[in-house]
Write a protein that binds this ligand. Structure first.
Ligand code: OTU
Length: 651
């Protein structure tokens, strides 16, 4: 958009920027900057209008954009332009992801590179490498306490090796996702060290206070993220002689985005990683970016403005790079992280679908899809050109963050239902096959979350112990069905490393002083590659799970109706054990797939007549795309096996 005030400012800025930057070939940069400048300027002013150095800050911002554009490797610039042409490229059903820790999945970065064929064997072509930036030894929240944002941790490898991994992946059509922890730094980061040493410039990078008066005001409304291991939201720092805001662990200092220098530093860092070859940047804990006394300091308006600004800026320098919003918040809040509209107020292209994830586990515990249906029904529509990251498990806990009103609609009392779920998964019921651990129990509020490996939560650990073959098969079927839902739901399915082999809980964290107080480590296993070989041995659980997933991934990629164009219709079968939806491709009407999953351990019937008549789904025999089997529909009824899933070809 052309607007004279901001255009005049842009011209002044271009006069002021470092002369070195003027010499370079910046054609694409200038067109994009011209297109986005009005938005960048308005958003920046919204956050920092009280600053009298606003223009000087804007000069710095534009310099950061230009410098990173100049540094951006040619191959990546070419990719940017290709993606501009095909801007919906990531909505395609071909993408299937996996999140993994380089070290516990493979070792160092070259070892990870050597394992790419394994991922390809499974069909994974998007890899989220969990944090690998420099971290202090000892506790570092699994890499989320970064001490140097511009270097790879020595334990993982080198920057060169990371670039090499990116190049190799690109060459093989795979996408690299890296984490940027935008909300906080480690207390060992150089900025924190300088703040400690009394440097006021860096003290302003954080929220620090000489006494408790302001922290106490904040505490009145701030919830606790880690009530057990890190109660409270402020930590006293002896060296600095001040309180510092630490919403997560005591060693994770929250960055102060009220200071434009922090925004510009972080933008520079995001673009740095884009230039190292990341296709996608996962922005950690984005809901927390703006703190305000008297609020929960999550999902604040300004947090969204920051993300819009990050996006608009990134589009100027590296438009092919996508953002994932990691915002594990209420369903009505999550979709806001896609932005208000797809052009002028865009934020992240991808967001974690934490709501569906948690609802899936509800259906597992209750064997009933009622709340899952209610929850999905009230999930707000997302923007066009935005997509979900659908997952069953990840490196974090399962928070039961679905909506109270939906719980009531499904017929339960919210408090006692949540308590039941935590108990069901963490050993509170003798009859439950789930083997999880509680996480984040808060005695004051009664809140609790759930940790545990997918296979252990789904009952495979106890089934294997019992040696009951039928039960083992049922639990494997449940594991496959959960994955079958995320592969068909609409969005990018993100598997969690180890789950493809049915990896169970790893209790060794209890012996590690840096981990024992954080039960999330129970589901962050080290891959046993000898065991992984069993995926080739017919009959083993590893074989059944790995090959079941591999097959579904293959079928997903051949199913255009699974591309994400907001093309999902939720269905309401008259059987509460069943979860069903219809996917249809907007441009290819003949491409329609009816997805039905059974959460019961017995066979259940899906009556097509109740879903609007058999004719809606096609005439004659219907086939299951997963098994290739023909389904009996003489009576208009489809039998769904215990814990089974069908992708019914409807045409
Ligand atoms: C994220 O988590 C990471 O995924 C966690 O591994 C980190 O510990 C945390 O940030 C701090 O860096 O911020 O928006 O309930 O779900 O802390 C949600 C625990 C987050 C996580 C929550 C989450």
């Amino acid at each position: 958009m052309y607007e004279p005030v901001s255009h005049a400012l842009l011209n002044r800025i271009l006069d002021q920027v470092n002369p070195e930057l003027k010499k370079k070939q910046l054609r694409f940069f200038h067109t994009r900057l011209g297109a986005n400048f009005y938005a960048i300027h308005s958003l920046f002013r919204r956050l920092y209008s009280d600053r009298d150095d606003l223009e000087a800050q804007m000069v710095r911002l534009v310099e950061v954009l230009a410098r990173n554009y100049i540094d951006r490797p040619k191959g990546l610039k070419k990719l940017d332009r290709a993606r501009e042409q095909d801007h919906q490229w990531f909505l395609h059903q071909q993408w299937v992801g996996m999140a993994l820790y380089a070290n516990s999945f493979a070792g160092r970065l070259p070892d990870l590179q050597a394992r790419l064929p394994y991922l390809q064997e499974l069909g994974v072509n998007l890899v989220h490498v969990m944090p690998i930036l420099q971290c202090p030894p000892g506790a570092s929240d699994g890499g989320y306490a970064v001490s140097d944002f511009r270097d790879v941790d020595d334990r993982a490898g080198t920057l060169d090796e990371l670039r090499e991994l990116g190049r190799t992946m690109r060459g093989q059509g795979m996408l690299l996702t890296l984490d940027v922890v935008v909300n906080h730094t480690s207390d060992q980061h150089a900025w924190a060290q300088r703040a400690r040493a009394g440097d006021e410039t860096y003290r302003d990078y954080y929220y620090t206070f000489e006494d408790r008066s302001i922290p106490d005001q904040y505490e009145r409304t701030l919830p606790e993220v880690f009530p057990e291991q890190a109660p409270g939201n402020f930590t006293w720092d002896d060296a600095m002689n001040r309180w510092v805001m630490t919403v997560f662990n005591t060693y994770q200092w929250d960055l102060n985005y009220r200071n434009p220098a922090v925004f510009i530093e972080m933008l520079d860092i995001l673009l740095f990683w884009a230039n190292q070859g990341a296709d996608i940047l996962r922005l950690d804990a984005v809901a927390f970016l703006w703190k305000k006394i008297g609020t929960q300091s999550q999902n604040e308006r300004e947090a969204h403005v920051i993300l819009q600004l990050f996006k608009d800026c990134c589009q100027v320098t590296a438009p092919g790079v996508l953002f994932i919003a990691e915002a594990i918040v209420a369903p009505s809040e999550i979709t806001k992280y896609f932005g208000e509209d797809a052009v002028v107020a865009k934020e992240c292209e991808i967001a974690y679908n934490a709501t569906t994830m948690a609802l899936l586990w509800d259906a597992v515990a209750t064997k009933n899809a009622q709340l899952l249906r209610e929850g999905i029904r009230s999930l707000p529509d997302k923007l066009e050109g935005a997509t979900w990251l659908n997952y069953v498990r990840c490196h974090d806990d399962i928070g039961l963050g679905f909506d109270d009103a939906d719980i009531v609609k499904a017929g339960y009392d919210p408090g006692s239902h949540r308590r039941f779920l935590v108990d069901w998964f963490t050993g509170g019921y003798a009859m439950s096959p789930a083997r999880g651990r509680p996480f984040g129990e808060n005695e004051a509020t009664g809140d609790a979350r759930i940790a545990g490996a997918l296979a252990s939560l789904a009952g495979l650990e106890s089934a294997l112990e019992s040696g009951d073959e039928d039960e083992i098969q049922r639990r494997i079927d449940l594991i496959l069905t959960l994955h079958g839902i995320i592969m068909a739901f609409g969005g990018i399915p993100l598997l969690y490393y180890g789950d493809e082999l049915g990896t169970l809980n790893d209790y060794s964290y209890e012996q590690d002083v840096h981990r024992s107080s954080d039960s999330r480590w129970v589901h962050r296993p080290t891959i046993d590659w000898e065991r992984a070989e069993r995926r080739h041995e017919r009959g083993t659980p590893e074989f059944r799970i790995f090959n079941g997933l591999r097959h579904m991934i293959e079928v997903r990629k051949e199913t255009p109706a699974f591309a994400d164009f907001n093309n999902r219709e939720l269905l309401d079968p008259d059987n509460t054990h069943l979860f069903a939806f219809l996917r249809s491709h907007p441009l290819k009407p003949s491409e329609r797939v009816l997805v039905v999953a059974n959460f019961n351990d017995e066979e259940e019937q899906l009556d097509l007549d109740e879903l609007g008549g058999r004719g809606r789904f096609g005439t004659g025999q219907l086939g299951d795309r997963i098994s290739g089997a023909t389904l009996t529909t003489d009576e208009g009824v489809i039998a769904v096996p215990p814990f089974g899933i069908l992708w019914v070809e409807a045409h």
